[in-house]
Each structure stands twice: as C-alpha cells, then as structure tokens.
Design a protein around this ligand. Sequence first.
Ligand SMILES: *Cc1c(COP(=O)(O)O)cnc(C)c1O
Length: 403
Amino acid sequence: MTAPVDPLATSSVNGSSASSSQFALPAATNQPVPLIDVGRQNGALAGELDAALRRVIEHGGYVLGPEVKTLEDDIAAYCGVEHAIGCASGSDALLLALMAADVGEGDEVLVPSYTFFATASAVMRVGARPVFVDIDPLTFNIDPAELERLTSERTRAIIPVHLFGQAAAMDEILDFAVTHELTVIEDAAQALGAEFRGQRVGSIGDIACFSFYPTKNLGGVGDGGMVTTRHTRLAERLRMLRVHGERTRYYHEVVGINSRLDTLQAAALCVKLPYLDRWSDERGARAARYQELFSKAGLDRVLGLPQAAAERRHVWNQYIVRVLDGRRDALRQHLGDRQIGTQIYYPRPLHLQECFASLGYVEGSLPLTERAAMETVALPIFPELTDEEQRRVVAEIAAFFAS
Ligand SMILES: *Cc1c(COP(=O)(O)O)cnc(C)c1O
C-alpha cells in the first residue's frame, strides 16, 4: 500500500517549476477517491431499502412479483414508451431483444466495437454476425457516416450504444434504419434518463435494453435488466421469451430462456427510481466542475475533455478523458499510487478480442476505436462525489503533468 500523497508536497512540486505554475492547485484532501462508491448512495437509503426488501421477503412473490410490474410500469412511463419487460441483466436484455426481433443464423448486425462486451456477444449467441462500426471520436458513439459502407443484404439490425450516458446520433441512425429496413435496438445500459432532442432513450428505436447492474445510473443491489419497446407484438414476444417461451404454464410456443428480474431487485429499484433525475443532474454538475477545474489548471491542453453533444441530455455514467501526450498508462499508475480510482473503458476493442478472431478483424480495422482504447481513462464520477474529492483528482493530475 502506498501512503496518500501530501497535498502540500503536491503544491510545492507545482510551485517549483515556473513553466508549470498554471497547474498549481492545492489538493483539498488526501483521502482515497474511489472511481465509484455505491455504498454512499445505498447507505443513505438504507431505511427505505430495508423496508422494501422486507416486504418482499414477507409477501413471498419472489419471481415476477408485484414490484416487478410496478417497476416495469414506472420505467415505461419514465422513458415515454408503451412497454417495459424486466429481465435478469442488461446482457440478457440484449439477447432477448435480438431473439424477439428474430435475428439469427445468416444475419448481420451493425454494432460498435468500442462498448461493453455484451453488445456484440448477444449477436454471436443468436448465431448472427456482428459487423463492427467505428466511432465518432467526440461522442465515442457509432459514426453514422460508416453505416452505408458496412451494410449488406444480410444486415438485419443495428445496435447503437448510448455510451457513457450520452445518446448516439439517433436521427441519422433511424433514417438509415428506415431506408434499409433494419431493426434498431438501443443499448441504453449506461444511459437511463439520457435524451436525444428531448426524447428519452429507450423510446427512440424499436427495442431498447437497460441494465441495473450496481454501477449503472439506476443500480440495483445485484443484477437486473429491462427491455422497452413501443411495439405490442414485440412486447408479447419478449414476455414469452423470458419465461422459456410459454404464455400458458408448461405450454411452449417458442424456445426462450429463463431471464426474469428478481422481485427483490425490482423492490430496491422502485425505491431508487424517484431519485434518478436528481442524481443525473448531480452527475452533470460534477462533469461541469471537472471541466472548470481542468480548464483553470490549464489541463485542457493535455487532456481531451468530454463534451455533451448538441441536442442531448448526457447523464454521465462515466467521465472519460483522453490523455493526449501518450502517457495514459503512466497517469493511471500515478493516480493509482495515490489511491485515486480510475478504469479503462475499454482497453481492448471488441473487434480485437480473442473470441471474435474468426470474424477476421485485425489491428487497424477500426482506427478511431483503437485510438480511443489507447488514450482514454475514466475518472471518478458519481452523484455523491464531493467537491474536495474532485479537487484532489484534478490536483493529482496536475502534479503528474507538472513533473
Ligand atoms: C453494463 C452494460 C451491459 C450489460 O449489462 P449487465 O446488466 O451487466 O449484463 C450491456 N451494454 C453496455 C453498454 C453496458 O454498459
């Protein structure tokens, strides 16, 4: 274990070099700063969570109990969409969405490579082929200009990911999908509450997938997921597919899977959903504060800072900066030594993963994706992150670049 850095030592390092005086910014604390601390949020709600979980334990409807229906109705209303279907995880939500849309053997699905694994693994699991699309370097989301070139007569669907909490370019993606008759499956796992032109994600494409993994913006106390859709026929299929393809118990119309949202998780999520918009605003305030602190310290010349693109509500599931001088890994080491949590989302793009080698991608296939994987680092952001902690993160980064 490394001793926490002395904040005074940090400022004297800055002060010792005239050329780096613009980086001078005393750290306000020398406590560890976690990348995320879900305990602060859930701890503050412990009384409400305890009561909600105890009610489930007592009523006994552990599988698809009343809280699941309540959460489905609440999420549907929140997203402005007709149907919401709870399932076991965000990964299963993607799998169920593809199954409901009848994507399978011989089909191709357009997906980003710069995303969490499940976006593409779901495509493989239904027997279809992921076709990886490079990113818009500013938003990290699918570049719509690439779609035409990558579409064939086998292309059946597209999965835009609203990465890090910001909606993909849904206007261009929808236009393209209509022209080519593609099903649009939003991977909104990181983006509940994000908006594109005033419209909530989850209501924009044909189907959308959410995750309630504890570190998502609405996090459960374990795994959970949800699929939303405005199509009644798809909603009916999704409800069947999550219970082994049955409408009537033990009579199976199609081959489905077992993937249900636990009532206990739904109960916890019902407690938390009313706070979501406040938390999203608090995340946004912390992103704005980083922008201000980094600019003041002159660090916006060595760091590419994330921006909310026009006409979007960004909900900041992650705060991702680019390290422009090639020293990303050294910066991470520096911060780790000082007990500041960071992460790389994602260090190896999906098109270069071993399990997808048969698809034939090589280094250089998606240059902007590969560059992002080498340059970016996630810094601590969550609603309960304090101003002192943010100032410490920025001060330690300043100290790194001053050295
Ligand atoms: C978290 C995540 C998923 C998967 O959700 P799980 O609930 O962890 O299975 C899928 N896609 C993206 C973009 C994610 O961030």
